[in-house]
Write a protein that binds this ligand. Structure first.
Ligand code: 7TS
Length: 421
């Protein structure tokens, strides 16, 4: 928790490193507060990606020619980098997908669906994004299993007692978000994983919101599966990560069939490639993965290693918490404004409503002031129902935001309030 607010004069990532942040919106300088929907991209990473595409590009894992080998090396280097980011035990535990959503669907279909029996349970929480609900419902419907959700307290914190009470011998899968994209609640991932393992359940952690904001150690947490959304981590769209424990991934059938994921194919029988190729059918998003590597280099600096990565993302998380706290203190001055989410551990999200203004109208007026927020259910309809609101406005904070962005947010909210007064 933040005890006192240090003075912040500049953002942790210079805005000038992100060309899109310099765009004028509706004649105003942009205050981009929608990084939870997707983060802006550092020029250094897009430039490195373009250089790769223009000078090193070829398909991977299939050519003896020089460019194909260079491209394969560049692509596989990023797997090693992601292994370090997550502190995975083995590089073959890192699978590239097209997003967090695909990573979860892969586990739901390849791991859960063959495992689940009628009467089995999948335990989620009320905080989950639709991507961590619907794939489990599809697997449950196909197998006669049931999806249930642990409750949250009114302040957005997980009700750990309810979570514990809902674990039982029928619980086969436990899936929860590490950080809530809608409220910012940080969940006690290690404690929850230990509780789930005590009942023999397999744990998937949705790290879409934690990836760029917190140090992650899958071995420390004990997660069986951990998924990342790269476009939310300042990286390219169309790339996701699935981490899975080696023994689990080895035992799972392929999710998709095609080129690259086979050892041999005949019309009678196909045998599959070893990990990680088994789960990377077809031509992958080569430039996207290389762009992810360049993005990680931007975040942590040249020659980064596990220690410097952990230091950097911890610094980012702490910085964003300070910006959030300042923003909340500014918004708290506005009569009729309610902030949702006040758990003990919070990341850089401010979800709020204004009594007299619908969140969509609020979002539209903020946009006229150059302030970009998301207004809606944030792909968390069950959570909105639990909070008793159809939608909220959400300001999500990244390392390129600063206190001025929070001032801009507060004054634009006041302007919206005056319009609707
Ligand atoms: N899980 C969480 C917690 C998320 O926040 C998101 C995206 C996803 C899963 C899906 O990830 P993707 O890689 O498939 O895009 N969250 C949001 C959001 O909050 N606003 O827009 C997208």
């Amino acid at each position: 928790m933040i005890q006192e607010l240090p003075k912040i004069s500049t953002s942790l990532f210079p805005k000038s490193d992100f060309p899109n942040l310099l765009t004028a919106v509706n004649g105003q300088a942009l205050a981009y507060l929608d990084s939870a929907a997707s983060a802006q991209k550092p020029h250094a990473a897009t430039e490195a990606t373009t250089a790769f595409v223009e000078h090193q590009y070829a398909n991977v894992h299939r050519g003896v020619h020089t460019l194909s080998q260079l491209a394969t090396d560049a692509y596989e280097l990023v797997r090693d980098q992601v292994k370090v980011v997550l502190n995975a035990a083995d590089r073959n535990e890192i699978i590239f997908t097209k997003g967090c959503t695909e990573s979860i669907n892969l586990v739901a279909q390849s791991f859960a669906r063959p495992l689940l029996q009628p009467g089995d349970e999948i335990l989620l929480t009320e905080l989950e994004h639709h991507s961590n609900i619907v794939p489990w419902q599809l697997a449950a419907e196909a197998s006669g299993a049931k999806v249930i959700a642990a409750r949250i307290h009114d302040n957005g914190e997980l009700d750990l007692e309810d979570f514990k009470a809902k674990l039982n011998s029928r619980t086969k899968i436990v899936a929860f978000t590490h950080i809530s994209n809608a409220l910012g609640t940080i969940l006690p991932a290690k404690e929850m994983t230990e509780m789930a393992h005590a009942f023999g359940a397999t744990v998937l952690i949705d790290g879409a919101q934690s990836g760029p904001h917190a140090a992650i150690d899958v071995q420390e947490i004990g997660a069986d599966f951990y998924v990342l959304s790269i476009h939310k981590m300042y990286g390219p769209t169309g790339v996701g990560v699935l981490y899975g424990k080696l023994n689990l991934l080895e035992a799972m059938p392929p999710y998709q069939g095609g080129g690259s994921m086979i050892r041999s194919v005949s019309f009678e029988e196909t045998t599959f490639a070893e990990l990680p190729a088994k789960f990377e059918a077809g031509t992958p998003n080569i430039a996207g993965v290389v762009g992810l590597g360049a993005t990680l280099d931007y975040i942590a600096g040249p020659n980064w290693n596990r220690d410097s990565w952990v230091r950097r993302v911890t610094e980012i998380g702490n910085y964003e918490a300070v910006v959030r706290e300042y923003g909340v203190s500014q918004l708290a001055e506005i009569e009729g404004l309610s902030v949702y989410g006040d758990a003990e551990e919070m990341a850089g999200i401010i979800s709020f409503t204004l009594k007299t203004v619908h969140p969509h109208d609020l979002g539209t007026i903020l946009d006229q002031h150059g302030v970009a927020v998301r207004a809606g259910h944030h792909c968390c309809q069950p959570l909105m129902k639990r909070l008793g609101v159809p939608a909220t406005a959400r300001a999500s904070i990244a390392a390129y935001n600063d206190l001025e962005d929070m001032d801009r947010l507060a004054s634009a909210v006041i302007a919206a309030k005056e319009i609707f007064a």
